[in-house]
Write a protein that binds this ligand. Structure first.
Ligand SMILES: [Zn+2]
Length: 225
């Protein structure tokens, strides 16, 4: 573990304090990927370390925007003022700690009315963590991720990070399928498969076709039962 993790110093976006964060080296060997992009690595699950938590004020956010001043800075400061901060998420994290950091980051992101795509990403990664331990709450987190991706689809400019419009559309369909909303999943996935743009994004096209087929099978079984 020691050669995979390293420490870096970041500035907290809320209190401006210096925070020693634990990060994962970028060269990991991928083992496999689920149809909703949950990726498994041989060495470590990098999502255990993707949330930075400030031990001075208690603020938590994803690594990529931890140093940004959150939009609800004053409400967050008011909320944190006078609270005793007793968080220490430095060093190697357990699964329980990783889940706790996501719940904190989601709490602050929701307080800030952060872009829906950021909240969607947090809920999706939380769902993947819950999947690791077979927690049924995974489906609740997937449902929240879906809700925020659908919002971001309407309100944000695409692409979102490295996700094209087609990828987000596919992911919504796949999350609908995973949460058992089969007719809606078929509508979304059918649109992806029929999109002329899909020819240029062969991987997403293939994944959408496979998910569509599975959703149709499941729908058939459900109507026969
Ligand atoms: Zn802080």
């Amino acid at each position: 573990m020691a050669d995979i993790l390293f420490v870096a110093t970041k500035k907290c976006g809320v209190c401006d304090g210096d925070v020693n964060v634990t990060k994962v080296r970028s060269r990991l060997s991928m083992v496999k990927q689920d149809s909703d992009f949950c990726t498994y690595y041989k060495e470590v699950n990098p999502n255990y370390y993707v949330i930075f938590v400030c031990p001075h004020c208690g603020y938590a956010a994803q690594d990529t925007y931890f140093e940004e001043t959150p939009t609800a800075l004053n409400s967050i400061k008011d909320f944190l003022a006078g609270r005793t901060v007793n968080v220490n998420f430095s060093g190697q994290r357990s699964w329980e700690q990783a889940v706790a950091t996501f719940k904190l980051a989601i709490f602050f992101a929701e307080m800030s009315s952060t872009q829906p795509s950021r909240l969607a990403g947090l809920y999706l990664k939380l769902a993947w963590l819950l999947r690791e331990e077979g927690c049924p709450e995974e489906l609740i987190a997937l449902g929240k991720a879906l809700e925020y991706y659908e919002q971001s689809f309407l309100r944000e400019k695409m692409p979102i990070g490295n996700m094209t419009e087609l990828t987000v559309e596919y992911l919504c369909g796949e999350l609908l399928r995973r949460t058992g909303k089969l007719p809606e999943a078929l509508t979304y996935l059918g649109k992806v498969v029929a999109n002329p743009q899909a020819k240029n994004e062969k991987r997403v096209f293939d994944m959408a076709r496979e998910a569509w087929r599975e959703a149709r099978e499941a729908q058939k079984l459900a109507s026969e039962a």
